[in-house]
Design a protein around this ligand. Structure first.
Ligand SMILES: Cc1cc2nc3c(=O)[nH]c(=O)nc-3n(C[C@H](O)[C@H](O)[C@H](O)COP(=O)(O)O)c2cc1C
Length: 238
């Protein structure tokens, strides 16, 4: 694919005006609107895992769109941060550990191989809630990885056989051809798992719960792990 030239002259003025209008619309778009749930940090549990489970369950109960989608941030050997959204694939409330699946050939996997530390972020707008966590990441074993893969739809499994995530693609044709081949593999060998399918686990060491409360003040509660089974709790300035 080629690259477009920069805008200048009359075109540049039109682009600048369009940017200004877009920014105006952006500024007036509602944020943290509606009735937000109540959060009492004084009543929060001693560990963050149960609070995460409670907030996620409330998001599901109230129909918050796609609450299982989270942002994973990594930085590899070059220390350049990179973030993308993924699906939450595993929850261990007692350990405060959360899983995600990906292709071992993807840039995020390379980042994690070089620097096995990451952050996960959730934002549930209808509840005015953000959860941030960070900690070391490990690879889960073959059994868990297999269960994760075989629990997916046929289409998702076929796609996983199709090609290396984030490698340059020659065009839609190349993808459709590889997807057809993926479907053929899944039909012929329904229990086959691609060697590149990996399941990672983030073991949270810091977890911050943010509850927006526009009429009063936003609440931020930070949990910091001090040992495998103990945490400190600190309120943060909003
Ligand atoms: C809603 C949504 C869910 C996604 N879920 C996953 C996922 O679970 N695993 C994954 O590897 N990529 C997932 N992706 C694609 C990633 O965001 C990303 O484009 C891809 O993994 C390549 O990332 P990388 O180049 O940083 O490795 C998802 C994308 C969207 C929009």
């Amino acid at each position: 694919m080629g690259t477009a030239g920069g805008a200048n002259g009359a075109d540049g003025d039109a682009v600048a005006r369009a940017d200004a209008e877009l920014l105006e619309r952006t500024r007036s778009a509602p944020v943290l609107a509606g009735t937000l749930p109540h959060f009492d940090p004084e009543a929060a549990p001693a560990e963050p895992g149960p609070l995460f489970a409670e907030w996620l369950a409330q998001a599901l109960d109230d129909g918050v769109p796609e609450p299982q989608v989270m942002t994973l941030s990594t930085a590899g050997a070059d220390a350049v941060p990179s973030a993308r959204v993924l699906i939450l694939r595993g929850i261990d409330t007692a350990a405060c550990a959360y899983d995600f699946a990906t292709d071992s050939r993807s840039p995020k996997s390379h980042d994690l191989a070089a620097n096995p530390q990451a952050a996960l972020t959730w934002y549930w707008p209808a509840h005015g809630r953000q959860i941030r966590m960070a900690g070391p990441v490990t690879l889960l074993g073959e059994d868990a990885t297999r269960r994760d893969f075989l629990g997916r739809s046929e289409r998702a499994r076929a796609a996983a056989f199709a090609g290396p995530t984030s490698a340059p693609l020659d065009g839609p044709h190349a993808y459709h051809q590889a997807l057809d081949e993926g479907h053929r593999i899944v039909s012929a060998e329904p229990s086959r798992v691609p060697a590149t399918h990996t399941l990672h686990r983030l073991h949270a060491h810091r977890v911050e719960f943010f509850q927006a409360d526009p009429p009063r003040f936003h609440l931020r509660l930070l949990y910091t792990r001090t040992s495998p089974s103990s945490w400190t709790r600190t309120l943060l300035w909003p």
